[in-house]
Design a protein. Structure first.
Length: 342
């Protein structure tokens, strides 16, 4: 999704910026091996002499590459990973994605206002999951809600069934779920099979669990899930309609997801920083050019917070509904200008 969006940005905006030819070098870090990510980042800086490092699907990978960016003074654009502290790991990190506190706070506030008083959180046991858990619990209990019990699932090869059974036995009003992109399908299937939906337990959370990339495969079991998130492929705007059409045309009908928009906006940040510095900026000058940048993304109006080097953006409340026989996360409310801390 990220790579497809980066390619699309270059296709739509050309591959020359401020007199500099832009080349995209893709390396597979295998997804869950921080030492591999670090080695690839070092090779790219030393051998390929890259002007930017970008990508980083999971938090541990961004953490691993941060010292490389600092030492080489190379801007590092985090297009996917969502743990809040990531930009603090290097003054050269700028994030074009989101943070978990940012995407979690609105669903915590919405839940209590909408008669969800007892919640059972289930999060993946790594940094963003802990961010989501902490943010949800503090916001929800401050509003007057009760967290009945909380469980953390393993990052590698999780079986959600025993955790979902515990949730069902606790009889909450809702199950709050955070799982990384790609895991939503297994959760949704077992949520249904274990009879939580039949027992009247709702599913809420940040939008990762109903990732647009998997939503069509999930089908009917996802209908009714309420999430708060910064991007839905169903977002109504001229920019997003054009973006979704172009992404689907270029990628055999693939529906763009939140990671794609992190990649697309990350390329925008790179292009605009090159323009601002006349194509000859140092790493420090490029990062400085990114601070405070504002534009209209497919997701809506966004800004790079000059202090945090992180996104300020609108977070939308959405419900999965069937539209023309396919499930989409349909926005019904929004919170504007949400900072990285939620």
């Amino acid at each position: 999704q990220v790579a497809a969006a980066c390619r699309l940005y270059m296709q739509r905006n050309g591959d020359t910026v401020a007199g500099r030819k832009v080349e995209l070098i893709l390396k597979d870090d295998t997804g869950l091996a921080p030492e591999t990510t670090k080695r690839i980042a070092q090779e790219m800086v030393v051998q390929d002499k890259v002007a930017f490092l970008a990508g980083f699907g999971l938090t541990p990978l961004a953490f691993a590459a941060a010292p490389v960016a600092t030492e080489a003074k190379v801007p590092m654009i985090v297009m996917a990973a969502g743990t809040q502290v990531i930009p603090q790991r290097s003054p050269f990190i700028v994030r074009s994605a989101f943070t978990l506190p940012q995407t979690t706070s609105p669903i915590a506030d919405w839940a209590f206002k909408n008669n969800i008083k007892r919640v059972f959180p289930m999060v993946t046991d790594f940094a963003p999951g802990l961010d989501a858990e902490k943010t949800f619990q503090s916001r929800f209990t401050a509003a007057g809600g009760t967290v009945v019990e909380s469980v953390r699932t393993p990052l590698r090869n999780p079986d959600y069934a025993p955790f979902l059974q515990r949730a069902k036995d606790a009889k909450p009003d809702a199950l709050f779920v955070f799982v990384p992109s790609g895991e939503g399908l297994a959760v949704m299937k077992q949520f249904d099979e274990r009879g939580l939906r039949a027992a009247g337990i709702r599913m809420i959370g940040p939008g990762d669990v109903v990732d647009d990339d998997l939503l069509e495969t999930m089908g009917a079991p996802a209908v009714g899930v309420i999430t708060s998130f910064h991007y839905s492929a169903a977002h109504e705007s001229p920019e997003n309609r054009a973006y979704v059409d172009a992404m689907m045309k270029a990628n055999n009908g693939m529906r763009p997801n939140f990671h794609s928009v992190g990649g697309y906006d990350g390329m925008h940040v790179i292009y605009e920083a090159l323009k601002k510095t006349g194509g000859t900026g140092t790493g420090e000058q490029l990062v400085n050019a990114m601070k405070g940048m504002k534009w209209t993304s497919p997701r809506g109006p966004v800004m790079i917070d000059p202090e945090a080097r992180d996104m300020v953006q609108t977070i939308y409340l959405r419900e999965v509904k069937m539209v023309n026989g396919k499930p989409w996360s349909i926005e019904f409310d929004k919170v504007e200008n949400v900072g990285p801390g939620g």
